[in-house]
Design a protein around this ligand. Structure first.
Ligand code: AMP
Length: 340
């Protein structure tokens, strides 16, 4: 069993080959629900987003273990939380799927048993913590360290965190996911940050607001990450400050639209050079479920029926209906830096 006690140890671990070999072995031994499928690659005509459609075998078999169902007005009760805890798959992960059994004391890295693509893995808390809690500075640092460790010129991983009842999550035990981009896949967030410098965002300066791709249909906020940090402390505090700024934007959008804050939901995504947040209003549209992945242009589907629905509606409509519509006057909107 692998134990990693410090960020420095994590940096010196051969994480890429650990993920690869553990995935291959678990697949050979039948411990993963996965069969490689054809990926259909296209550019969405409405938004210009590069998209990929993937039929995922495991989607039909994935367990659902959340305290409320999206779209319902049910409140999360302590009884429901106890039920979710009792059948939680992350408390005792399968040893064959475990990559790092103890990561900085409180975390584990495990393979996703129902992966969307090869080498899809998760960082989970060792103890039960609710998914609807904020990301901690250390969790943000771990996300970025893992991404920077895994990525090279032809392998690009991204991380995502689905939080809140309408975010599209299926598990309520705190988890952050890591997935590889399809080879040569171009994401719009990279174009946004390419021509921008790093800055700490603030609502009081026009040039220090988050970046937005105006061709898209859903509200989203992107920030460029610095290449280096002066120290571990500076890394944690900078990432936490940036994440909290984005989280406040989500609070402000929910307030602006008069949506009950008990429904507060968002997708948070990170690559080695940016972080992004998408406020979420609905977990699904016309039976098409979305978590963070659609907002990367990656559409997973359990069968051909849902696949044709995705193509019929188009990425722009699905993502707009699952998020909050991006409108041309958004630029003039004044967000309250200190209120929500
Ligand atoms: P989400 O749907 O965003 O909450 O992500 C939860 C992920 O956990 C899904 O992608 C599932 O495939 C994955 N999962 C469910 N059960 C297990 C398990 N026993 N071991 C590892 N991963 C799991």
């Amino acid at each position: 069993m692998v134990t990693v006690n410090t960020i420095q140890e994590l940096r010196s671990l051969e994480l890429g080959s650990l993920v690869k070999t553990t995935f291959q072995k678990a697949l050979q031994n039948g411990q993963l629900v996965f069969s490689p499928s054809k990926h259909e690659h296209y550019t969405d005509p409405q938004t210009g987003m590069e998209c990929e459609l993937i039929v995922v075998e495991g989607l039909r078999k994935r367990p659902i273990n959340r305290p409320t169902q999206p779209g319902s007005d049910e409140m999360i009760s302590s009884d429901k939380i106890e039920q979710v805890k009792a059948k939680n798959p992350f408390m005792k992960p399968e040893p064959e799927l475990t990559l790092i059994d103890t990561l900085l004391h409180d975390y584990r890295l495990i393979l996703n048993k129902f992966p969307n693509t090869e080498e899809h893995f998760l960082m989970v808390t060792k103890e039960f913590i609710q998914q609807d809690t904020l990301l901690q500075p250390l969790e943000l640092e771990l996300m970025l360290t893992i991404l920077r460790k895994l990525n090279d010129s032809d392998k690009k991983f991204f991380a995502f965190f689905n939080s809140g009842p309408e975010s599209g999550y299926s598990q309520f035990h705190k988890h952050i996911q890591f997935m590889k981009l399809p080879s040569g896949f171009h994401v719009y967030q990279n174009s946004l940050v390419e021509n921008s410098d790093f800055y700490i965002p603030t609502e009081t300066s026009e040039s220090k607001k988050p970046l937005v791709n105006k061709n898209l249909t859903f509200k989203h906020f992107v920030l460029k990450l610095p290449k280096t940090f002066a120290s571990e402390e500076e890394q944690q505090s900078t990432l936490a400050l940036m994440y909290m700024y984005l989280f406040k934007r989500v609070l402000n959008v929910f307030k602006e639209y008069g949506v009950d804050s008990s429904k507060l939901s968002y997708n948070f995504l990170m690559m080695e050079n940016w972080m992004m947040i998408i406020p979420r209003r609905n977990a699904f549209f016309d039976g098409i479920w979305q978590n963070s992945l659609g907002f990367m242009g990656l559409f997973t589907t359990k069968d051909e029926t849902v696949k044709s629905k995705i193509l019929q509606h188009g990425a722009g409509t699905i993502l707009r209906e699952c998020g909050f519509e991006l409108d041309p006057t958004d630029d003039n909107h004044k967000y309250d830096e200190y209120g929500y």
